[in-house]
Design a protein around this ligand. Structure first.
Ligand SMILES: Nc1ncnc2c1ncn2[C@@H]1O[C@H](COP(=O)(O)OP(=O)(O)OP(=O)(O)O)[C@@H](O)[C@H]1O
Length: 281
């Protein structure tokens, strides 16, 4: 449904996106990961048609996307103008007017779950509450593609957990492609099925999260034993501790034995290690 073909976006000399090729077709939750300035917002804005590619193409449902032809099946959830002088309930009605099939019942239900007062003016809300309203509008969208740009920024852990369960409810109610950009990979990994990592504007990795968790591990032991065990494996990072060594691996599993210890690696740690290393798929 989404096809990125040799997609590049330059701002002056900055390569925000560099020759990205990617197909996203299945209805599921995708996690978009990348360090600050990696190109995540540019990636999402280009799919929605808000940002024009410098080279290459974005196709949504086979149709070329650009500023003059924005795909109406894409809902991009971003920070809304702070000074909107409308009540929450009026913003929801506006969203329903603009989007065919908008799930108003679900939106009203979420307003209750987030303890928001529908009569409160948007401009009077706190930063986190404004994010909640934007997020509710995205979750209640029945568009076939919904893009969230750092939706949990400003949410405490309770709010984040509510958001993750509502994300699951949203896709169960109306199957769709949901792409969520975030820095909190270990949290989103509980509900997302695929991960897309962008680094310095390039596509570094796209993987099913379960496969990724299986392939991320560390090997610890005496340096020579570890070197022998990981020979030919894709090594992400190395820590030397005297005559001992820990190596972070992204590859098929190896068996633990009495000379080396294998530990599962958290995705957040994997990501931090990966950004400093290379990956050969
Ligand atoms: N409108 C713009 N004009 C000039 N440079 C821009 C513009 N938008 C983004 N950039 C640059 O493009 C690169 C990618 O930015 P982008 O906002 O897409 O990254 P990001 O991954 O969303 O970052 P963050 O996690 O910090 O929000 C950065 O170097 C940024 O400074």
């Amino acid at each position: 449904m989404i096809q990125l073909i040799n997609l590049s976006k330059k701002y002056g000399k900055t390569n925000a996106l560099n020759n990205i090729n990617l197909d996203i077709n299945e209805n599921k939750i995708y996690c978009l990961l990348g360090e600050n300035g990696a190109g995540k917002t540019t990636f999402l804005r280009t799919i929605s048609g808000l940002t024009q590619a410098t080279e290459g193409e974005v196709l949504v449902n086979g149709l070329k996307v650009n500023k003059l032809s924005m795909p109406d099946i894409v809902c991009f959830v971003e920070e809304r103008e702070n000074h909107i002088n409308l009540k929450i309930k009026d913003l929801i009605s506006l969203a329903a007017d603009f989007q065919d099939g908008f799930d108003t019942e679900f939106a009203d239900d979420m307003i209750k779950k987030f303890n928001l007062n529908p009569d409160k003016k948007f401009k009077k809300l706190s930063f986190g509450m404004k994010t909640m309203v934007n997020t509710i509008i995205g979750l209640a969208s029945t568009n076939k593609i919904v893009l969230f740009d750092e939706p949990v920024l400003g949410f405490d852990v309770i709010m984040r957990n509510k958001f993750y369960s509502l994300l699951e409810e949203s896709i169960a109610r109306h199957p769709k492609i949901i792409i969520v950009s975030t820095h909190l990979i270990d949290e989103i990994a509980k509900i997302a099925e695929e991960i897309i990592i962008i680094h310095k504007g390039e596509l570094l990795l796209r993987s099913n999260i379960i496969d990724l968790q299986d392939k991320c591990y560390s090997v610890t032991g005496i340096a020579s034993d570890v070197d022998e065990a990981v020979k030919g494996k894709n090594i992400i990072n190395v820590h030397d501790i005297g005559k001992f060594k820990t190596v972070n691996v992204y590859d098929t599993r190896i068996e633990e034995n009495d000379r080396i210890q294998i530990s599962n690696e958290g995705l957040q740690d994997f990501f931090a290690n990966l950004i400093g290393g290379e990956i050969n798929e």
